[in-house]
Design a protein around this ligand. Structure first.
Ligand code: DC
Length: 209
């Protein structure tokens, strides 16, 4: 089925940090030959710039696609900074057009984030809400960061995950929550292959109408 479509087709993948959104989104984009935008990177670029003293709203207004290639965006302090700038309504507003343009590109697009199905692309053809328990997500993030050689503790990673969940879910501007028509995918008990297979089945169902 890869490459079968030229018209826009948007897959929105939302959920909390480290639930598996990125892995699932990359796999969907590869399987259906679509573009993929990790929208968390937009907030991470803005967060990283604020750590060097740049005003967050100006950083968001000046963002370009090239900024997404920065190699410091996965660091834990940048993740926290991203979650903090993400509460600012003007920052979010400045990033809307970039995301919507990507979502409607020809051939289809997968966007993963927190508010794709609710705010950025409420008309998305497919909406997935990917989640897992905080403990499972922290353990995955811990292994990922350790694998990159970062010296983090399990307890600190769990604390970070909980803090970000709290901020992302309880902010006034576009809080993290499942869209009413989202398909829920809890990956707590699933390995990557099972989670990806489930997500592919959801998309195939929708594409077949
Ligand atoms: O997905 P991530 O961990 O890279 O996201 C980093 C932060 O950016 C996250 O804690 C909240 C924010 N974010 C957001 O508010 N809306 C999005 N669509 C994506 C990320």
């Amino acid at each position: 089925m890869a490459g079968a479509m030229n018209e826009p087709f948007t897959i929105a993948v939302d959920g909390p940090a480290a639930a598996g959104k990125g892995t699932i989104s990359r796999a969907l984009a590869a399987r259906f030959d679509m573009g993929h935008l990790d929208t968390g990177l937009l907030y991470r670029v803005v967060g990283a710039l604020t750590l060097t003293g740049v005003d967050p709203v100006e950083a968001a207004r000046g963002l370009t696609a090239k900024d997404l290639d920065r190699d410091d965006l996965r660091a834990p302090n940048v993740a926290q900074a991203a979650s903090k700038v993400a509460v600012i309504a003007q920052v979010r507003a400045a990033l809307v057009d970039f995301q919507r343009a990507f979502a409607r590109r020809s051939g289809g697009a997968v966007l993963d984030g927190r508010d794709i199905g609710t705010v950025i692309c409420p008309q998305a053809e497919v909406k997935l809400y990917v989640t897992a328990s905080a403990e499972v997500r922290a353990q995955r993030r811990f292994l990922e960061l350790r694998g990159k050689g970062l010296n983090v503790s399990r307890a600190q990673v769990l604390k970070d995950v909980r803090e970000r969940d709290d901020r992302d879910m309880n902010r006034a501007a576009a809080p993290l929550r499942p869209a009413e028509d989202a398909v829920l995918l809890d990956t707590s008990q699933l390995n990557i292959d099972m989670a990806v297979a489930h997500a592919i089945a959801v998309v195939e169902n929708k594409r077949q109408g």
